[in-house]
Design a protein. Sequence first.
Lengths: 332, 123
Amino acid sequence: MIMRKHIFKTLIVAGLWAVTLTSCEKDEYKVPDPVSALTNDAIKRTLGPNIASLPIEFVYAMAIPKSKGKLAFAEVTASIPGAAGTFLEHRSFYTNSSGVDVPVTVGTPSVTNGATTKMNFTVDTSAASLRYYYIVPNEARGQKVKFTFSVTASDGTTAYYEMGPYDVSKMEIKRNIAVSNNNMAFLSIADMTSYNAASAASNAAKIDLVYLYRTTPTTFTHGLVAPGADAALYLPGVTLPSGVNNATKVIKVFSLQDRNLAQMQFGIYVDDIDMQKVDFNNAPLHAVGLRAENGVWVETADKKYRAYVFINSVNANGSAVVSMLRYDMTAK
Amino acid sequence: MMMVASLFLGCQKDFPVDEDGLLITFRRECFVSNFELLGNDFVSVRNGVPIIDTVAQTINVTVNFGTDLKNLYPQFTLATDCKLDPKITGKVDFSDLANPKTWTVVSGDRQVRKAYKVFVKVQ
């Protein structure tokens, strides 16, 4: 019995000693292999949802040992051709000591042919960092898009780098819609624009909100009110054009400065899932007392669209600038 | 010695707690000291300070014009160790202005219960 105990103890000690030795073993530093061929790398700079009409920005870096040759041309091929405005920078950027990105022209402006954007190098360079701006086309909404970056060197070698696939949001965006009291007061989610009374009459079914500004009561100020709301209370002095009567649901939001709508420093993004999950049960038909950087969730009376309307700015003369993200609840 | 000591410690009675796991104390104070109403956007919708009558056990609060009365978050500040019954777990519908909502404040010793009525008035 004593012998067995002794063996057991010995085993434990030996085990602990082995663990100690193993944990103390030092990993030797290995010098990385020097780049011996054409290499490349890419990052996606744009955060948040990928929205039609807005760019997705990438940085594509490439290098070849000087002894092997120089860069000849770079290409990016998107799985869905980009919209007008898609380009690959012909300038390489470096960051100076002040943190400023400084461009250096390295080629001719890129040419986009279908899904492929190509840029030819015109300077003798063995390394470059190019930006690629892919303007999300409307037909990509709700789909996935991926990119193949490639660079070819003067020695005929080519390097490839795959990015994605990335989900493209189903949302649509419209920025800087001017609304004003008693004039461009009728906001349409379906058309993503504002109308005056005359135009609203001919688009009556599409008018979802009325913008108005009132100084009494003092907390009224800027309001976005459904045409179907209690007119005596929330639409004082407003004469609705014939047929404008949608009971649009509105939920007032504070501190949701979507970066794409606000175009400010905020790192907040409204995404498809937010649109899907807003609970409009018991939501009112009005939002008053709105200030700059407030917003409203909106659901149209026919429940076809949901939107987030952001108040970019307000003016005490009774006008405002709004931006909106719209989500089609019926789209597949 | 240690074993005997641990036996005694093991038998020591825990502090009493109620059905919510909250400590039952000796305090008998039972009142609302402050009241707040937040809108759907978590911003106060009060217009002026709430009037809390601890004798009549009423809270009168005026809210801004246009407040969405169906989706409000009430917040009570209570005397030390008190709790509220029923608990507030989310949005509360205050739209039925004729029938004010009632919450009962329960004292720290859980012996005193005072029902407060909340009267909401729109600016």
